[in-house]
Design a protein around this ligand. Structure first.
Ligand code: IPM
Ligand code: MN
Length: 360
C-alpha cells in the first residue's frame, strides 16, 4: 500500500514524540512492504511565529492531500498568560478539526498489567478497565457563536449549540463501536439542566431501536466523573459532547497510570488525525524525557483507522506492551529506584523490537 502521511509536530514536546511515532510508522511500513512518505507542516505556536496563523493554508492543503495526519501537540505558555493575545496556538487545532470535519474523537482507555501499580486508584478497581470514549469534536461550546465580551468587557459569554444531525452522526458511530465491543453504551449529558443535552438524549433514545442488542444507559456528567474513579470497569463505550469529553478523558487518563499513554484518533469527513491526548508540556521541551508511548499508540490507531491494517496496528501495541514489561520506559512510569530511558531510547528500543518480529 502507498501511504502519504502529513506530520505536524507542533509545539513543546510535540516534535520529539512525533519523531518517535514517525520512526515506528516507517519500521512497520518497512516490515509489511508498504511505501510510506512523510511531509511536514507547521501548526500551533510554531506556525504563529512563522506565519502569524496557527493553522496556515499550506498546512491545511497538506492535510487535505494526505492519507493521514500524525499530530504532536500545540500550546505555549507565552499565550496562556496573555489574556489579550489575538491568536492562540489552540485555535490552530480547533481550525484543523473543524476544516477537516473531524467530528469524532476516539479515545480508548486501556490498562497495562505491568503498570497498574502506577495508578492513583487501587489496583483491584483498575484491573481490566477497558473502554472507549467517543467525544464529539466540532460542535458545542468550543465552536458555538456568539462568543465574546460585552462592550465594557465586564460580561463574557459562550454558546453551546448542537443540531440533530451533529448529534445523530456521533451517537450512531458510538452505537456502532458498542456493537463491535461489549455492546454497552453510556450516553453522558446534563439533561437536567441543558437544552442541548435534552436533544442528545432524545436523539439517542430514538436511535436505540436501531441497535436493540446494545444496552444503553444515560448518565449525568457529574455522576460519570465520579463513577470513572469508583468503578472504571463498568464502562464499555461512552459518548458525549465536546467539552464534557475533553474533561472526562483527562480524568480517565490517570486511571491507566500516566497521561503519557493515551492515544486518540479524530475521524470524520476528510483526512483523519492521530494525536496523543496529552498536551505540549513546554517545561520538558527539548529534554528528551517525554513519554512517546501515547504518540506511538496513536500511530497504531493510524494503521487501524486510516488504512484498515489490523496486523500493522497490533505489532505496535505488542511492542509497547513489551517495552513496559521489560521496563524500557521514560521516567514518568518508573519508580525513583528504577532505571528510566529517554524519549529517543524508548523509540529505538521499539523500532528494534518491531524489526525483530517474525512477519509472514
Ligand atoms: C485536547 C486538548 C484541546 C481541547 C486543546 C489543546 C484545544 O485539551 O485535545 O483534549 O480542549 O480539545
Ligand atoms: Mn483536553
Amino acid at each position: 500500500m502507498k501511504m502519504k502521511i502529513a506530520v505536524l509536530p507542533g509545539d513543546g514536546i510535540g516534535p520529539e514524540i512525533t519523531e518517535v511515532a514517525k520512526k515506528i510508522v516507517e519500521a512497520v511500513a518497512d516490515k509489511f512492504n508498504h511505501s510510506v512518505s512523510f511531509e511536514y507542516g507547521s501548526c500551533g505556536a510554531d506556525a504563529i511565529d512563522k506565519y502569524g496563523n496557527p493553522y496556515p493554508e499550506e498546512t491545511h492543503a497538506l492535510c487535505k492531500k494526505s492519507d493521514a495526519v500524525l499530530f504532536g501537540a500545540v500550546g505555549h505558555p507565552k499565550f496562556d498568560n496573555d489574556p489579550t493575545a489575538k491568536v492562540r496556538p489552540e485555535q490552530g487545532l480547533l481550525a484543523m478539526r473543524k476544516r477537516l470535519g473531524l467530528y469524532a474523537n476516539l479515545r480508548p482507555i486501556t490498562t497495562f498489567e505491568s503498570l497498574i501499580h502506577q495508578s492513583p486508584l487501587r489496583a483491584d478497581l483498575v484491573k481490566g478497565a477497558d473502554f472507549l470514549c467517543v467525544r464529539e469534536l466540532t460542535g458545542g461550546l468550543y465552536f458555538g457563536r456568539p462568543q465574546g465580551r460585552s462592550e465594557d468587557g465586564n460580561v463574557a459569554y459562550d454558546t453551546c449549540v448542537y443540531s440533530r444531525e451533529e448529534v445523530e452522526r456521533i451517537v450512531r458511530l458510538a452505537f456502532e463501536f458498542a456493537m463491535q465491543r461489549r455492546k454497552k453504551l453510556t450516553v453522558v449529558d446534563k439533561a437536567n439542566i441543558l437544552a442541548t443535552s435534552r436533544l442528545w438524549r432524545e436523539v439517542a433514545k430514538e436511535m436505540e431501536q436501531d441497535f436493540p442488542e446494545v444496552q444503553t444507559e444515560y448518565m449525568f456528567v457529574d455522576n460519570v466523573a465520579m463513577r470513572l474513579i469508583q468503578w472504571p470497569t463498568s464502562f464499555d463505550v461512552i459518548v458525549t459532547e465536546n467539552m464534557f469529553g475533553d474533561i472526562l478523558t483527562d480524568e480517565a487518563s490517570v486511571i491507566t497510570g500516566s497521561m503519557g499513554l493515551l492515544p486518540s484518533a479524530s475521524i470524520g469527513l476528510h483526512t483523519s488525525v492521530f494525536e496523543p491526548i496529552h498536551g505540549s508540556w513546554p517545561e520538558a521541551a527539548g529534554k528528551n524525557i517525554a513519554n512517546p508511548l501515547a504518540a506511538v499508540l496513536s500511530a497504531a490507531m493510524l494503521f487501524e483507522y486510516a488504512f484498515n491494517l489490523q496486523e500493522e496496528s497490533d505489532i505496535i501495541r505488542k511492542a509497547v506492551k513489551a517495552s513496559m514489561d521489560e521496563k524500557i520506559t521514560t521516567a514518568d512510569i518508573r519508580t525513583k529506584e528504577e532505571k528510566s530511558y529517554s524519549t529517543s531510547e524508548v523509540g529505538e528500543w521499539l523500532v528494534d523490537y518491531i524489526k525483530k518480529q517474525y512477519c509472514p
